[in-house]
Design a protein around this ligand. Structure first.
Ligand SMILES: O=c1ccn([C@@H]2O[C@H](COP(=O)(O)O)[C@@H](O)[C@H]2O)c(=O)[nH]1
Length: 238
């Protein structure tokens, strides 16, 4: 999923998902199935999207005791998603257990899904982190701390905002994936996001993938919005 623009399929049902995807004709997409779609439709939504030829990031952000996460990941590995994730705040042992579960659930001859750790949600601001999570210091340090922990646990990368990408790549390495939500066109509505960036900024800072939801799914012409975002992300002028 490197260098992808991942569309967040934040829809409640299969019909809306199907109608949305039809607009892209035969374009092979990278999409994200999150809690809204997964919890209301069940695991078959992953095979439904995969059967249409799209890459799937299953964004369920697991966060529980190590054994529970391990068992859950064993089940998720069998669904055929290309990438899954956990909350890094669950700790190193929990993330190691997630990897064990994924290895166990991946059928022989198949590739294990990539696994990444959510650092600080892009809807979290510096002030919120200090006051509500009772974490002192800068948000950038907290993200780097979680990125290091994620790396030590053997995961493939992190979810972070575009603003922390450069620091993570410089300190941990460029092969460590940075997947960045909170992407908006210049002047676009921010909604509940706090650490936002444009696709051009994401590219300049070296993000490995961007996640775009409402700026595409809520647009009057989603295909046009997708093509414009993709061109901006890839540095192509239309
Ligand atoms: O830190 C995070 C982790 C995940 N997300 C998810 O990405 C999309 C973003 O949607 P927009 O409509 O583009 O804001 C959404 O599915 C989130 O669950 C995130 O935003 N931040």
């Amino acid at each position: 999923m490197k260098q992808s623009l991942i569309i967040a399929l934040d829809f409640p049902d299969l019909l809306q998902t199907e109608t949305f995807l039809k607009q892209f004709h035969s374009e092979k997409l990278a999409v994200k199935v999150g809690m809204e779609l997964f919890y209301q439709n069940g695991p078959s939504i992953v095979s439904f999207v995969k059967e249409q030829g799209h890459d799937v990031f299953l964004d369920l952000k697991l966060h529980d005791i190590p054994n529970t996460v391990k068992m859950a990941m064993t089940g998720l590995a069998a669904l055929g998603a290309d990438m899954v994730n956990v909350h890094a705040a669950g700790g190193q042992k929990m993330m190691e257990a997630a990897m064990e579960g994924l290895d166990k659930g991946t059928s022989a001859g198949k590739k294990r899904p990539l696994c990444i750790g959510v650092t600080q949600l892009t809807s979290t601001s510096q002030e919120q982190m200090n006051a509500e999570q009772n974490i002192a210091g800068s948000l950038e340090d907290s993200v780097l701390h979680y990125a290091n922990l994620t790396r030590q646990a053997g995961l493939d990368g992190v979810v972070c905002s575009t603003h922390e990408v450069k620091n993570i790549h410089e300190r941990i390495g460029h092969e460590f994936l940075t997947v960045t939500p909170g992407i908006r066109s210049a002047g676009g509505q921010t909604h509940d996001q706090k650490r936002i960036a444009t696709p051009e900024q994401a590219r300049d800072f070296g993000a490995d993938a961007i996640v775009v939801g409402r700026a595409i799914t809520g647009a009057a012409d989603p295909l046009r919005a997708y093509l414009d975002m993709k061109a901006a992300w890839e540095g192509i002028s239309c």
